[in-house]
Design a protein around this ligand. Structure first.
Ligand SMILES: Nc1nc2c(ncn2[C@@H]2O[C@H](COP(=O)(O)OP(=O)(O)OP(=O)(O)O)[C@@H](O)[C@H]2O)c(=O)[nH]1
Ligand SMILES: [Mg+2]
Length: 192
């Protein structure tokens, strides 16, 4: 798809941010889809973080992202996505502006057991006018909500897509990215 002057309406290298609350599965998501060894900046969660980091329901989680995750995925030969996973903990939020600079879109990941942890990310991308989809990461044993229930709980505008995913599965995580790109394309086409 190209305009009559030959230019492309959509860039072929796209920067996307993967955001959401602490421990929702952002690092897992980037690791599942990336075709290059993902760069991650994990630090061990030590006993010193007890109290600061709420690990309820996170089972064997032993590390947390302190700067970012980075990965790359080629969706089509001419469509390469660069993924920047944000740190989830509030004490690292000061990095979001840097991480989001030049981003075309975002995935806000959510864990239904702690939806409120993903409010800040929703709010951030709304305020910065960055298109996003909400991806509910379905943890084993957590109650399964319908997308519309999540939409209501997060007070999302009707046009924002809500999808369910398993961040550990490449197919599932890739599907979220395809959905995001389609959504971004539809918003660009309706507001050229
Ligand atoms: N059962 C299940 N566990 C998951 C899933 N996604 C991630 N996990 C686990 O949940 C924990 C948290 O995942 P991370 O990917 O570190 O989460 P994060 O959002 O990057 O966390 P921070 O960077 O600390 O905010 C890890 O122990 C993962 O193995 C999932 O879809 N299902
Ligand atoms: Mg992480």
């Amino acid at each position: 798809m190209a305009y009559s002057d030959g230019s492309e309406p959509f860039p072929t290298a796209i920067k996307l941010v993967i955001a959401g609350g602490f421990g929702v599965g952002k690092t897992t998501f980037v690791g599942s889809v990336s075709e290059i060894g993902p760069l991650s900046t994990e630090e061990i969660l030590t006993s010193a973080s007890i109290g600061a980091d709420d690990l309820d329901g996170l089972g064997d989680k032993s590390t947390t992202t302190v700067a970012m995750d980075f990965g790359r995925i080629t969706l089509e030969p001419r469509l390469v996505l660069y993924l920047f996973g944000a740190p989830g903990q509030e004490r690292f939020w000061f990095m979001w502006d840097e991480l989001s600079a030049g981003a075309l879109g975002a995935v806000v990941m959510a864990d239904t057991r702690r939806l409120e942890d993903s409010f800040s990310a929703v709010d951030y991308f709304e305020r910065h006018d960055i298109g996003f989809v909400v991806a509910v990461n379905e943890f084993d044993g957590s109650y399964r909500y319908e997308p519309d229930e999540v939409r209501g709980a997060l007070d999302l505008k009707p046009h924002i897509p809500v999808v369910l995913c398993d961040a550990r599965q490449r197919r599932s995580a890739t599907g979220v990215l395809v959905g995001l790109v389609q959504y971004l394309l539809s918003t660009i086409q309706s507001h050229p």
